[in-house]
Ligand binder design. Sequence first.
Ligand code: 5RP
Length: 227
Amino acid sequence: MEGIDKNKQDQEKLAAAKAAVQLVNDNDVVGLGTGSTATFAIKELAKRIQAGLKIKAAASSVKTEELALSLGIPILKLETLGSIDISIDGADEFTESLNLIKGGGGALFREKIIASLSKNSIIITDSSKKVDRLGAFTVPVEVVPLALQYVLNQLAALNGKAVLRKKDEMTFISDNGNYIVDVDFGLLDKPEKLALALNQIDGLLAHGLFIGLTSSVIMAEGDKILV
Ligand code: 5RP
């Protein structure tokens, strides 16, 4: 991470998480993101529940569900929910127009379903995540295994340099039993156009370009909170 040390970054993540969790109201259904920043928010939410807040939540990953349950946060099945009042999640990159790259943790599909269901979709970040143009962070895509070679062909046709994600030298498998491919398209002039092209590829379950899905970004920079 350039220009920001881990301690300061964690303080910023915590500050953004605290600000977002204050927006949760009694009886809300809350979408819980995945990743280190979302983890700060989940822990803050648990503190508010201990203090009497009554909410139910939906989790964007198995890891998040396990953490939430261990902290006493009641979890609803995502497939039963027609809408979510507020969701709180992190991002790998965001721009001023509130477009994002997500999926660094491989949870992009469920995160996108939660963001799409949310009336108020809040992204929390430290100051390292703001960019002028998306694309320095590669675009994660979730791929149904049997379609891998077909999807790789289609990504190459879009001039994407694709790398199958590994973890501990093994192929990374998502919570949905799929592969994650990280694709370098360079810096993106028109992320909306790329998102539409990726939407057309059969076997590509979801991509990490979140276009028009975010209500607000709460970013902490030093001791300032910027919304
Ligand atoms: C997981 C995500 C995360 O929100 C994203 O990777 C940011 O993670 P972190 O808060 O650890 O920097 O999209 O799929």
